[in-house]
Design a binder for this molecule. Structure first.
Ligand code: NAP
Ligand code: HSE
Length: 449
């Protein structure tokens, strides 16, 4: 460390939360303090750490621990607040107060950001403080920084990512073992990949919060979690996975953010999360296990891909520390991070306007004319069929075969709007010859229309 850096007034840091991520952030801050000082141009000083349970030994000077986060964030000697508590109701007023007082904030809290970035950014702008949140999307993977800075001069067209490790682990395991969803989820829980209550992950809420953050930055438009269309993976069956394999595809939970042209003209933002078929040749198809990846498509840069660990204490701490160094450097040099930018204020396209391709599986009576009736229903609603496959459905052992026998039809469509597809499916479900519409899965990542 240079003498000049050591003599600079320390940048006071308050850490809120010392769980999975907070523990690693504090460990690296302590272990690499000289390196961090050199990079910042002045030392960091840990002023306090807020936790709930003061009785637990955390290997830290107990004088630094407090259960009173409110008093910690307003201390005069705190310049940067690092929020790693999670939740919304507790951190929201703390971070607002910190920002209003000119303290910069670093947070990994996607749930909070997906709802309240606007008020946090307003408070930051009011006082000239920084709001950094690289760790909120895809853990260690730098994607917020590249979108905010490196690609600030380009036109982002699309951001597509696998941004939830738990669901990617479950889908990858279902594919490699042939096990069904419930069995794989239970195994993911035993191995510590899925939380005790896995709803936020498996129903797509976590990915939707991340999609809202990515879409807001990519398209300079305020997008909240409520604007994101969301479906989780809990309805994906081992039959869906097998059917995907037959088409040289895999199934991934995708967060898709893109600029779309509206039917009446003009542009809008579409942000959506759902499990989709991806051709095995697509770069995201080979992202397996708990890994995350984000593909950005921009007018001048073309396609960029970011890949790495999307969760875990140390990987997430890496992103937090990067933000902490940047926020602290700005305190030392009196600089400021790029602020929130929502000048484009594009409308959010309703899901009915979005168009993609679909893989539809149906159980039908296998008799003359049924295939023609099914095809006619697609045509009536303006959905063009690209491929149809029929397989006989064998009656389970000990069960008498139906008369006429049942067949499974697998229909792959060309690109169609969600509205047209939904109308088609509703009409098919009403047809006497259709026993069930077993599944509808979107097909993404295919250039061919
Ligand atoms: P965690 O392990 O549950 O830790 C939360 C910490 O916050 C604990 O130390 C807890 O105190 C403290 N805390 C909670 N409520 C508090 C309150 N009201 N007052 C004082 N302290 C309180 O959480 P985490 O996994 O580290 O996640 C932290 C944040 O990072 C979340 O926003 C999460 O979404 C985000 N994130 C996590 C990961 C990951 O892989 N874990 C990845 C990306 C982003 P006690 O220790 O006393 O219980
Ligand atoms: N629950 C999240 C996941 C953690 O499974 O990816 C990282 O945000």
């Amino acid at each position: 460390m240079s003498d000049a850096a050591a003599s600079v007034r320390p940048v006071g840091v308050a850490v809120l939360g010392m769980g999975t991520v907070g523990t690693e952030v504090i460990r690296y801050m302590t272990e690499h303090s000289d390196e961090l000082t050199a990079r910042i141009g002045g030392p960091l000083a840990l002023r306090g750490v807020a936790v709930r349970d003061l009785s637990r030994d955390r290997g830290l000077d107990t004088a630094l621990l407090t259960a009173d986060a409110e008093s910690l964030v307003v201390r005069d000697d705190v310049d940067v607040v690092v929020e790693l508590m999670g939740g919304i109701d507790v951190p929201r007023p703390l971070l607002l107060e910190a920002l209003r007082r000119g303290k910069s904030v670093v947070t990994a809290n996607k749930a909070l950001l997906a709802e309240y970035t606007d008020e946090l950014a307003e408070a930051a702008d009011g006082s000239g403080a920084d709001l950094y949140f690289e760790a909120a999307v895809a853990g260690a993977i730098p994607v917020i920084g590249p979108l905010r800075r490196s690609l600030a001069g380009d036109q982002i067209e699309r951001v597509v990512g696998i941004v939830n490790g738990t669901t990617n682990y479950i889908l990858s395991e279902m594919e490699s073992t042939g096990a069904d969803y419930a069995e794989t989820l239970a195994e993911a829980g035993r191995l510590g990949y899925a939380e005790a209550d896995p709803t936020a992950d498996v129903e797509g809420y976590d990915a939707a919060a991340k999609a809202a953050i990515l879409a807001s930055i990519a398209f300079h438009t305020r997008v909240t979690a409520a604007d994101v269309y969301r479906e989780g993976i809990s309805r994906i069956t081992s039959d869906d996975i097998e059917s995907a394999r037959d088409m040289d595809c895999t199934i991934k939970l995708l967060a898709i953010c893109e600029k779309v042209t509206r039917p009446e003209g003009g542009q809008a933002v579409s942000a959506r999360v759902y499990p989709a078929l991806l051709p095995l040749t697509h770069p995201l198809a080979s992202v397996n296990g708990a890994y995350n990846a984000v593909v950005v498509e921009a007018e001048a840069a073309g396609r960029l891909m970011f890949y790495g660990q999307g969760a875990g204490g140390a990987p997430t701490a890496s992103a937090v520390l990067g933000d902490l160094v940047a926020a602290a450097r700005n305190k030392v040099l009196r600089g400021r991070a790029p602020g929130e930018s929502t000048y484009a204020a594009l409308p959010v396209a309703p899901m009915g306007e979005v168009s993609t391709r679909y893989h539809v599986r149906l159980r039908v009576a296998d008799r003359q004319g049924v295939l023609a009736q099914v095809a006619a229903e697609f045509s009536t609603h303006g959905v063009s069929i690209a491929q149809v496959r029929q397989t006989e459905v064998e009656a389970p052992e000990g069960v008498e075969a139906t008369e006429p026998p049942t067949a499974e039809l697998t229909v792959l469509t060309h690109r169609a709007s969600e509205r047209a597809l939904a109308d088609t499916v509703a009409a098919l479900a009403d047809q006497e010859a259709v026993t069930a519409v077993t599944s509808v899965i979107r097909l993404e990542g295919v250039d061919n229309e």
